[in-house]
Design a protein around this ligand. Structure first.
Ligand SMILES: Nc1ncnc2c1ncn2[C@@H]1O[C@H](COP(=O)(O)OP(=O)(O)O)[C@@H](O)[C@H]1O
Ligand SMILES: [Mg+2]
Length: 431
């Protein structure tokens, strides 16, 4: 086996050591537990009312893991409440963009827009590792330090008033978040044109979607537990910092060669505050989209991320997508087939949702036990707690982390013991 984990190529040797200290043994890992976009691609397939989807001809790409709704975030109704964390959702002015690089000192009218920023020529592009909603991602070498990093070209498409809001939002968010389970943005660099902006990120050898597609052997229960624990720790950090990710899915989860899972792609993320303000329900890639979004709720909460976490949990257990709907109507049908038909008694406020009057299939039973006959009761209880219709009753991230699933045997595998795989992307990709 081509074990990339053994290579000492990680750019943060010391950081990694510190991280490893946290996971000294499986036992301490367990104890911790106890304490505990594709604008262009999407243009032709914006979500519509269920009725409009009927009989739609869908291109097979619709079924791919990359389908999402980042184009929809232009329709935000404004959602950054007072006290909503340190990231505002208002249109950033150039000064606040400058400040996010953290290295620009005072702005004088004579300085170019990006002042002292490093430039992309400081990096040698090695190969393309991903192409998503807002841009291409390269594996690259920092010519000065020799570090291998990921360079994400941010598509700077001008929006109504000339500023690429979605991109600025992502940069701003990512520069604020620092956690082992969230991809580290090391710098922001510019290209030859000022509208070429790249995020310099720590490089991760895999994304979880590519691994799922290429590795036929399913994860063991102890491996799934390790991955879920890390995912939930990353989500906990986001929610503690008033950030809702809104696009959690396997292709936005990276895995480095030390088995550390990193949440990436904050292109759809938002800060939130109290009282909550309406947000667009057209978020989250269909397969991972919470029922309140599918039924048109614009007052949703961090619970949408918890639903996605439930879908990811199911996918890791089954080694196949849990709810792979092609259109919204089919997505709702698949959810109903798995969990039964929603109604006011189990989901308070359901009848008031914009799409609740739609004719739904009759299904009285929850099929989680049939679909997952070989998992423990605790695993099924966590799955069911995450895949709960009523967002108010759905497990919060802290409740999920405190769930007996993380206490019962088998203990979560230590990240460094996760199976290693060759870096398929580098073998297959082009420059
Ligand atoms: N830091 C990184 N290290 C390695 N690969 C990455 C990194 N960031 C992104 N990628 C790869 O690029 C793909 C697209 O990146 P992502 O940030 O999700 O952009 P998009 O907004 O275009 O979906 C990911 O699915 C992953 O395969
Ligand atoms: Mg992505």
């Amino acid at each position: 086996m081509n074990s990339t984990r053994d290579k000492d190529s990680h750019p943060h040797g010391q950081d990694q050591k510190n991280r490893d200290d946290r996971y000294q043994s499986q036992t301490s890992f367990r104890q911790n537990n106890q304490q505990g976009k594709d604008q262009a691609k999407d243009r032709g397939r914006k979500d519509k009312d269920f009725s409009q989807h009927k009989g739609n001809n869908h291109n097979s790409k619709n079924n791919s893991r990359s389908v999402n709704n980042k184009n929809s975030n232009n329709h935000e109704q404004g959602n950054s409440g007072a006290g909503g964390g340190n990231i505002e959702d208002t249109r950033p002015d150039p000064l606040s963009l400058l400040s996010i690089t953290g290295r620009l000192g005072s702005l004088t009218p004579h300085k170019p827009f990006f002042g002292n920023s490093r430039v992309v020529d400081d990096f040698e592009k090695l190969n393309k590792v991903g192409e998503g909603t807002y841009g291409v991602v390269y594996r690259a070498r920092d010519k000065k330090t020799n570090e291998v990093v990921a360079l994400k070209r941010i598509r700077m498409e001008r929006e109504n008033d000339g500023l690429p809001i979605s991109s600025l939002r992502e940069i701003k968010l990512l520069k604020t978040l620092r956690h082992d389970n969230i991809v580290l943005v090391k710098d922001v660099v510019v290209g030859s044109d000022l509208d070429q902006i790249f995020l310099v990120m720590e490089y991760c050898e895999h994304d979880m979607a590519a691994l799922m597609d290429n590795v036929k052997k399913p994860y063991t229960p102890a491996e799934v537990k390790c991955l879920m624990y890390q995912l939930l720790k990353g989500i906990e950090y986001c929610h503690d910092h008033f950030v809702v990710h809104r696009d959690l899915k396997l292709s936005n989860l990276l895995l480095n060669s030390q088995g550390i899972l990193k949440i990436a792609d904050f292109g759809l993320a938002r800060s939130f505050g109290l009282p909550s303000r309406p947000m667009t329900p057209k978020v989250v890639t269909l397969w991972y989209r919470a029922p309140e979004l599918l039924f048109g709720d614009s007052n949703y909460t961090t619970a949408v991320d918890m639903w996605s976490a439930g879908c990811i949990f199911g996918e890791l257990l089954k080694h196949a997508p849990l709810l792979p709907g092609k259109v919204e109507k089919q997505q709702v049908d698949l959810i109903i087939e798995l969990l039964g038909t929603p109604h006011e008694k189990i989901w308070q406020g359901f009848n008031k949702l914009p799409m609740s009057s739609i004719k739904l299939p009759e299904q009285r039973f929850n099929n989680l036990r049939n679909k997952f006959p070989n998992i423990t009761d605790a695993a099924r209880s966590l799955l069911s707690g995450l895949l709960t219709y009523d967002p108010k009753k759905r497990l919060s991230v802290k409740q999920a982390l405190a769930h007996p699933y993380f206490i019962e045997s088998p203990p979560a595998k230590h990240p460094s013991l996760l199976p290693t795989h060759p870096e398929m992307r580098n073998l297959l990709s082009t420059r």
